[in-house]
Design a protein around this ligand. Sequence first.
Ligand SMILES: Cc1cc2nc3c(=O)[nH]c(=O)nc-3n(C[C@H](O)[C@H](O)[C@H](O)COP(=O)(O)OP(=O)(O)OC[C@H]3O[C@@H](n4cnc5c(N)ncnc54)[C@H](O)[C@@H]3O)c2cc1C
Length: 483
Amino acid sequence: MKTGIVWFRQDLRLSDNPALRAACKECDLIVPLFVAEPGSQSVANLGAASKVWLHHSLRALKDSLEARGSTLLFLEGDAEELIAAVAQFFKADALYWNRCYDPAAIKRDKKIKKQLQQLNPKSFNALLNEEPWNTVKADGTAYKVFTPYWNARTKSLPGEKPLAAPSTIACSEQIRGLVNSRQKSRQKKLPLKHLDQLSLLPKLTWHEPMMSGWTAGENGAKRTLDAFLKKNASDYKQYRDIPSVDGTSRLSTHLHFGEISPRTVFYKLLNGRRDVSELNEGEHTFAKEVIWREFAYSLLFHFPHTITKPLNEKFANFPWESRYGKHLRAWQTGQTGVPIVDAGMRQLYATGWMHNRVRMIVGSYLVKNLLIPWQEGERWFRDTLLDADLASNVMGWQWVAGSGADAAPYFRVFNPVLQGEKFDAKAEYVKQWVPELRNVELRYIHKPWELTSAQKRSLNYPEPLVDLKQSRQRALMSYDRIK
Ligand SMILES: Cc1cc2nc3c(=O)[nH]c(=O)nc-3n(C[C@H](O)[C@H](O)[C@H](O)COP(=O)(O)OP(=O)(O)OC[C@H]3O[C@@H](n4cnc5c(N)ncnc54)[C@H](O)[C@@H]3O)c2cc1C
């Protein structure tokens, strides 16, 4: 009788889960496990919004496992110690997991592989379509520019066929009984927790409206992908930049938590077509975006220091503003006086998500017009985005700041008024999130500071924190000091 532990991490699904699949093939009994760990990059360090999603995603995973005759054990603490305790308790012979790529997880996993050799730990790729070490330049170094990376990747798309979910997952009465009991005796040997005891949900109920538009978990992910492919994929190129239109997939959080695999995304997107060259324009653009995510993972893997430090070293001495608390707070709460920026920041706070075009606009405003270090923006997004993802968030912020891979040149400062007029031409997005401006004439809505004093007084909307022209000039002068 062989017993295998499957340690779930960023792979909260049953379909196309190679670790689970291998365990089901090689073992007679499976112990599915989730560990809430303290420390950096782990549950303890997740942002508040991510924790909420994780709670719902774990519940969905537990339900799916139970529907197949199994269950999910929850533990809290040091993963190595707890996995050793679980292995001893169930007399397990084997350990399976799917890989994570952030430096802290890599370090932890290497240590566990060494320390728990008796379990012959096996790891698999489930989070990406391709391992980051497989796509490098001819000289063996990592890509820093997207287009050649994309060209190199197109050859291997769609990749392997996704694995089906196991129809049953062998589980013993002992395992199920343990999860369902609240016996003190089992707590001594194995400090199992109930999902609610992991404290992922905050005490206040702010998260309930935030989650109302989302369905965490594998089924929600599949439905989201199917609906997007059916309704929006072909028009993706046309509408992906319009924040008032639901033109993007909204798959990012599902992908982050591994509720759906990128292999499945590509397999369904291609739908029998040979490769990406056969996709229509919208689908092709979407495929590229999904590979941007893999590019971000490649950068994180090859340049892990970029989590906190600029990839382009000359930005290490960039003369950021030093006393920016008030401006940062105004940005976070959507009170900058720049309508499209405030709309984005309020959408983020209310829904845990912000449209990509607006992420670029609010990012540029923070680092260029307010001269606030990109790390502050990265931190706020990490706390408030449901899809907060170390790789994509760091790459996004370094791109905005001009210090990252394939970055927007620093001297290209987004003008939020022109961006608003171009991508929110009828101001539908601004009107939705900044209701104070609903009755403002369209020609002023993206620049309400041009209204008369009397009109402005009636709005109850803040004056801009900084003058856009002057702050742009100041940003360019700051850049001149490091270039
Ligand atoms: C400053 C900044 C911070 C960001 N932080 C994050 C983050 O923490 N987590 C995150 O998933 N994305 C992040 N992004 C990228 C992008 O904004 C989101 O992935 C996208 O808005 C999610 O919406 P969607 O699923 O509808 O995307 P779609 O447009 O439907 O794209 C499909 C998928 O491709 C991937 N993708 C798309 N654009 C990018 C991109 N620029 N970089 C990396 N992957 C991409 C995502 O997985 C996305 O789900 C950030 C972008 C910026 C500019």
